[in-house]
Design a protein. Structure first.
Length: 303
């Protein structure tokens, strides 16, 4: 009986000591192989003897969850992540510096019922690139429509109002609530397959700022020297021989150059543009049958 009492007392004392022990703060990171703004970093909590947790992700965001959701970093750089483990009046803090890579040579896959297109995003237009990747990471484009299709010209989508839009509804005015400064680069021209930002025209947009989400993919026509000569006379811009040959070989819409921001190019699936451009449309250029899209991050182009 006495032995049992002593054993029970020892157990209670041990439990008391454990309850007063200092908490240990520790964590691991996962999924750091993807660049910003696609990167959704995971955090594994390895802390011990703690009841509360306070996370600081180093970018102005925080959490009090035991196991926080994957955190999306929208910009590349180094971030100091801090975890404070608390038990009663005792606490321990640990920090770790993580590096989120820049989104260079990134590709996305645009999926449709007609097939898929691989698109390389240009690093020379970083604001458009990063914004597009951010929306892709948020699944913004899932089930949106190509709401404007003109054969021989382009296919346009990215209007959030097009999701589940009733038949016949006029579309093309929706967006995320912001625009992006133009990023013109003479290297980025409107060849067939060019990914370009839509925008409002006229005197209301003198800076030619791009829509925050709407884009078009060029189909266009094969050009000849006379057409390109005429374009040069009208714009004062002389195309390098390489660009002239490209327009003569694959076609495009050169009259849009340096007027709308081109921020990517289709590298696989050019025939999908032709298939979508050939669908029947109603007045206003909306396809009679909805053409839905989904866009996912594909990876880094290693070529």
């Amino acid at each position: 009986m006495i032995k049992n009492i002593l054993y029970l007392a020892l157990c209670i004392a041990a439990l008391g000591m454990a309850s007063c022990a200092t908490p240990t703060a520790a964590f691991r990171t996962t999924n750091l192989d993807q660049p910003a703004p696609i990167a959704k970093v995971g955090f594994e909590n390895d802390s011990k003897n703690a009841d509360e947790y306070f996370w600081d992700f180093g970018d102005g965001n925080s959490s009090t969850k035991d196991k926080p959701d994957k955190h999306q970093y929208t910009k590349a750089g180094e971030y100091t992540v801090t975890l404070k483990a608390v038990k009663g009046k005792k606490e321990q803090i640990t920090s770790k510096v993580i590096t989120v890579a820049e989104a260079k040579n990134c590709t996305v896959e645009l999926q449709t019922e007609y097939g898929n297109m691989t698109i390389l995003l240009y690093d020379s237009t970083p604001q458009h690139r990063d914004n597009f990747l951010k929306l892709v990471a948020e699944n913004y484009y899932d089930d949106l429509l190509f709401h404007r299709v003109i054969q021989g010209f382009m296919i346009q989508g990215g209007d959030p109002d097009s999701r589940n839009a009733r038949p016949g509804r006029q579309l093309g005015m929706g967006g995320p609530g912001y625009t992006i400064p133009a990023e013109f680069d003479d290297e980025n021209i409107h060849l067939k397959g060019a990914l370009s930002a839509a925008r409002t025209g006229g005197p209301s947009n003198p800076q030619k700022r791009s829509s925050g989400s709407q884009f078009y993919i060029v189909q266009g026509d094969i050009q000849n020297d006379a057409q390109l000569d005429g374009m040069e006379m009208r714009t004062g811009y002389k195309y390098p021989e390489k660009q002239r040959e490209a327009y003569k070989e694959v076609g495009g819409t050169p009259f849009l150059d340096r007027d709308y921001t081109v921020f990517g190019i289709v590298t696989e699936g050019l025939d999908i543009i032709d298939k979508i451009a050939a669908v029947k449309t109603q007045p206003g250029d909306r396809p009679l049958e909805d053409v839905k899209m989904k866009i996912v991050f594909k990876g880094t182009n290693v070529q």
